[in-house]
Design a protein around this ligand. Sequence first.
Ligand code: AMP
Length: 285
Amino acid sequence: MQTAHSLDVLRTNVSKLRSGGARIGLVPTMGALHEGHLTLVRRALEECDAVVASIFVNPTQFGPNEDLDAYPRQLAQDAAMLESEGCALLWAPEASEMYPDGFVTNIAVTGVSEGLCGADRPGHFDGVATVVNKLFNQVLPDMAFFGEKDFQQLAVIRSMARDLNLSLPHVHSIIGVPTVREADGLAMSSRNRYLSKANRQAAAILPRAMKSAIAAIEAGSDVASCLTQLEGALIEAGFDSVDYAVLADATSLKALERLGGKPARLLVAARIGGTRLIDNMAVSS
Ligand code: AMP
């Protein structure tokens, strides 16, 4: 596996990979890799001839009081994991390469970026849309792979690709990969390592409480009461607060008061011991 820290080296290596018409898959990450990320790489390898993974802790998607400085960085370990999965190229730029002096452009996706995490993290999805657009332009991948774990992020990126008529990757080549979970059901996340042992144990209530709420909603119970009960279960188990627990249309991400025959999603963000955890699951109508 080659590693590129500069755009010149990236482009030279991407051209080499592409020679002979190989299809390139891109897996963007912020590093601190776990099985969730590696599952994206494996899926990309199934669908493409060569996989480029990026590791960039993107400062513009962190708010002033968020964990940019504390975010785990372990490039050598991550590189070894990517190499053993068969990744062809690692793109690990410096912030100065991504945002040189004089950088003035921002991509703001409205609609799906509003509400949910967008309400709690102002500017977050502008940072995501802008950096992902840059990564797409830098690598020009045939396909790109994102986790459903960040369901709203996936919706924002698809909207951006559709609205800006991106061709590499085309909106239909942006692939959502189901969330990979720990044995107790907690969605894998680089941020899980912030949790104390007790909080890590307590956090497993999140997917369990979500499943119970979904079963009740699918059985016809009142949605608002199910969501209130879900929030109560999280607080009782040791969560400090719930940023949101919402039943939403799976495409528009608009909140639903009841199931309406279209694909729906339960999305939750909650805080425990200073760590903000998110999760989402499909709800059948
Ligand atoms: P991150 O490094 O957290 O920004 O995530 C990079 C990519 O990995 C994003 O597309 C995430 O949605 C995806 N991802 C993170 N955690 C998981 C998981 N548990 N299962 C599947 N994909 C994930």
